[in-house]
Unconditional design. Structure first.
Length: 586
């Protein structure tokens, strides 16, 4: 390009892809020379498609993630017309294309990818993020064929006590509860998608596939699929555990990690818990700090810049960084800043340069570590007789394993994957249904419930709830027919004695906020759930106890009224008339 477009410190070049809001371009960070991908989001298109909140959510989620196998967000540049999202560049394309070209993968290669996928997903769940659209098209490969989880456009943040309902994602990878429109917590739907991906890695095909969407949904809801004979015993054990239709019986991510198939050849850096991985990623690298100081000393001038430009930028940068003795502490303070997206100017340039240099350095170190581990494994003497649980070597001559067959099985998945399965009609007249409770074993085992249960009509239950709140002088706001948020001021109208109270719960402005939700747990059985919104646990428990006490009083009064009505009805019932005499001659 004769006159390349430059945005900030990035020189844009070829187009990598085109999306709904704009293009994704390859770019070069002119200070370090490292390549990045720049997603250009057109503001007008975002507003026209009513996607403003979705874009904000995706950016916020990526800003929270610091994991070696989740795509890295370096910087967001705002302009009046566009948003430039600067992200990590991965050069080897999608895992989808890799599977199509190679067919089913060897067990060790599939395990290599699956280790990285599960580690990234576990990290997301640790930060209360559910991806909801995990599929090979959204799993990118870097130059060393390492996984990078991307496209968080359908992801959401999980909140304690709340369920998700949106039916989203690609039909072939969506969990039964998602396509059925049921409520779900979040992690369980990602586990299902990971199970489908593992099947695709090991088999070169999809467990659930059909040209007809209704037939596809029937297969998914019933869990109808077959396991090829070439799978090892351990793989044949793990996949069905992940593809259980009942989400309460499906394995969790920690259980997947603990499985014997997963534990084989697990790299050392992925053996850590998510918080440990995050802490290791945030350890300050002194050598990289030195590299950034060298860049700062020349004003972060672009590579190959003229001497005049270098001197101009150098003067400006050094004026901002201060004396030489202050520069290193200043750089260290910047790289330790937890909210990197709030940095501006030279501080932003320091942080971006540091992260780019460090990411490339750590990628090289991880690649070398994996190579050494593989070399050590290959140098070890293999056993004379293979274990019955050892991985079966895939026969490349088999029809399932051939690349041409894999293309046929996957089909034109791009077009289908972009469609969202139709959402079942929502019926606001019925209370929401949470995931079914796990079966309880043992005849004498006590059954514990969260909240209180009722067999009365849901409309009657909600009426009683409103009466109880009214008796307690609570204020409330209805979210939907079976969900409301209430506010209780226990000290309203009470004048404080002796000045300001030491206990915050005695203050006149002390407020307790609680969310009440009525769930349908079984046929004709409903559960009223209490969720703490604001206030300490003592205030929350106090309000819950008062509401429950008031509901019991209302229920007792209702029963007494019914009994009284029945008794009065019996007293007023007229005497049965005498039998009519038989007609003469009958």
């Amino acid at each position: 390009m004769d006159n390349p477009v430059v945005i900030g410190t990035y020189r844009l070049s070829k187009t990598l892809g085109i999306g709904a809001f704009g293009k994704v371009k390859l770019a070069e960070h002119v200070t370090t020379g490292h390549k990045v991908a720049v997603k250009i989001l057109n503001r007008a298109k975002i507003v026209a498609l009513d996607m403003t909140e979705k874009v904000k959510r995706e950016i916020n989620i990526l800003q929270r993630c610091t994991h070696p196998h989740i795509i890295r967000l370096y910087e967001v540049i705002d302009t009046p017309t566009d948003i430039f999202v600067v992200m990590e560049y991965v050069s080897n394309g999608e895992l989808f294309d890799y599977i199509v070209s190679k067919g089913r993968l060897a067990p060790d290669e599939a395990r290599h990818f699956f280790h990285q996928i599960v580690s990234g997903v576990e990290y997301c769940h640790y930060h209360h993020i559910v991806h909801r659209d995990l599929k090979p098209e959204n799993l990118l490969l870097d130059a060393d064929n390492n996984i990078k989880i991307a496209d968080f456009g359908l992801s959401n943040v999980m909140r304690d006590g709340e369920f998700l309902r949106t039916s989203c994602g690609s039909p072939n990878y969506a969990a039964p509860e998602v396509i059925s429109g049921h409520l779900y917590a979040g992690p369980e739907v990602d586990v299902w998608s990971c199970g489908v991906i593992l099947y695709a890695l090991l088999c070169g095909s999809l467990p659930f596939d059909d040209e007809s969407i209704p037939n596809l949904f029937k297969k998914i809801k019933s869990g109808m699929y077959s396991l090829p004979s070439h799978l090892s015993q351990l793989a044949r054990d793990l996949i069905p555990r992940m593809l259980v239709v009942d989400p309460m019986k499906r394995v969790t991510v920690p259980e997947v990690r603990a499985h014997a198939w997963f534990q084989q050849k697990l790299p050392p850096y992925l053996r850590h818990a998510p918080d440990r991985i995050e802490n290791l990623e945030r350890v300050i690298d002194e050598d990289t700090v030195d590299d950034v100081l060298a860049l700062a000393s020349r004003g972060f001038a672009p590579l190959g810049a003229s001497k005049q430009l270098q001197e101009k930028l150098q003067t400006k940068a050094l004026a901002l960084l201060g004396e030489e003795s202050e520069r290193r502490p200043r750089v260290l303070a910047v790289v330790r800043q937890p909210d990197a997206h709030r940095l501006r100017g030279v501080e932003k340039a320091i942080r971006v340069a540091y992260e780019l240099i460090l990411d490339h350095k750590r990628t090289r170190l991880r690649t070398a570590e994996l190579a050494l581990a593989r070399q050590a494994a290959s140098d070890s003497t293999p056993p004379t007789f293979s274990s019955p649980h050892s991985e079966a070597s895939p026969a490349r001559g088999g029809s399932v394993g051939e690349g041409a067959q894999a293309k046929t099985i996957f089909g034109d998945r791009r077009k289908e994957a972009s469609t969202t399965p139709p959402q079942p009609p929502s019926n606001t007249a019925n209370p929401p249904q949470p995931p079914p409770a796990p079966p309880q074993s043992g005849a004498r085992r006590r059954r514990w419930y969260l909240g209180i249960q009722s067999k009365k009509d849901p409309a009657h239950v909600m009426t009683e709830v409103y009466k109880a709140l009214l008796q307690l002088d609570c204020e409330w706001r209805t979210v939907d027919p079976y969900r409301l948020r209430t506010r209780w001021r226990p000290n309203a109208g009470v004048s404080p004695k002796g000045g300001e109270p030491r206990n915050a719960r005695l203050a006149p402005d002390y407020v307790v906020r609680v969310t009440l939700t009525l769930y349908k747990v079984q046929q004709n059985i409903f559960l009223l759930d209490f969720q703490n919104g604001e206030g300490d646990c003592f205030g929350f428990m106090s309000l819950c106890a008062r509401i429950i006490k008031e509901l019991k009083a209302l229920s007792a009064a209702s029963r007494a009224a019914v009994q009284h009505q029945m008794a009065r009805g019996g007293e007023r019932r007229p005497a049965r008339p005498p039998a009519r005499p038989a007609a003469p001659g009958a």
